[in-house]
Design a protein around this ligand. Structure first.
Ligand SMILES: CC(C)(COP(=O)(O)OP(=O)(O)OC[C@H]1O[C@@H](n2cnc3c(N)ncnc32)[C@H](O)[C@@H]1OP(=O)(O)O)[C@@H](O)C(=O)NCCC(=O)NCCS
Length: 188
């Protein structure tokens, strides 16, 4: 079970209490990322639909190749974001990360995502014993590009014209951080 305490945050498993926050976030038109490369929504996602996703998260087997977590403020326990360690492959010792702050923009631009991401990276390399962490970021997601580059990820590839957004084909960038680079960065 993932439970990480940082200076200002607690990263911990979701509970049923995440439902309304998730639904509000998924239905926020600014949160493009959460809609991925699906067609634009024709109507808001219902609570029942979000509940199905939450049920999948809450009922994942312990040996699943994905770990979902909720990001809470330590002082108030407010839920401010979500993340996942996905595609965990223990033989090749790699995974992919996703992370997002939610609908409440008051929590953006305060370094919460950087703080959470740094902690999750350390967890992947030390607790899970992984060697490589990947991330895929759409070319227009400037906040996320800054977040991952600031945290030490390097761009290693481009999926050209990978997603169709607002009537235009857009690229998606592949990023990674490997353990030896992370260890080197920690020392310098
Ligand atoms: C990606 C995302 C999590 C980044 O959020 P963010 O608020 O920009 O990231 P952080 O929490 O690390 O905050 C960093 C910003 O806070 C500022 N900041 C303020 N106080 C800070 C502190 N104590 N520590 C670090 N940064 C601080 C930084 O200068 C930085 O500002 P800048 O981006 O203008 O340079 C957010 O945009 C998001 O949730 N997007 C939707 C989901 C998404 O796209 N996820 C990524 C998919 S790959």
């Amino acid at each position: 079970m993932l439970y990480i305490m940082t200076e200002r945050l607690v990263l911990k498993p979701h509970t049923q209490n995440s439902l309304v926050w998730l639904n509000t976030t998924f239905n926020n038109p600014n949160e493009d990322y959460f809609n991925g490369d699906d067609p634009p929504r024709e109507r808001p996602e219902t609570l029942e639909e979000t509940q199905k996703l939450l049920d999948r998260i809450l009922n994942r087997p312990v040996d699943a190749d994905i770990i979902d977590y909720a990001i809470h403020k330590r002082d108030t326990d407010e839920l401010i974001g979500v993340g996942m360690i996905a595609h965990i492959n223990h033989y090749n010792r790699r995974c992919d990360l996703g992370i997002g702050l939610g609908w409440n923009r008051d929590n953006w631009g305060k370094g919460y995502a950087s703080e959470a991401l740094q902690a999750v990276i350390a967890y992947c390399f030390t607790e899970l014993g992984l060697n490589r962490i990947g991330a895929e970021i759409y070319e227009f997601n400037a906040h996320s590009i800054r977040l991952f580059e600031r945290t030490g990820f390097r761009r290693e590839g481009v999926l050209r014209q990978y997603i169709f957004k607002d009537g235009v084909f857009k690229d998606s960038y592949l990023y990674s951080l490997v353990k030896e680079t992370w260890e080197h960065q920690k020392k310098s």
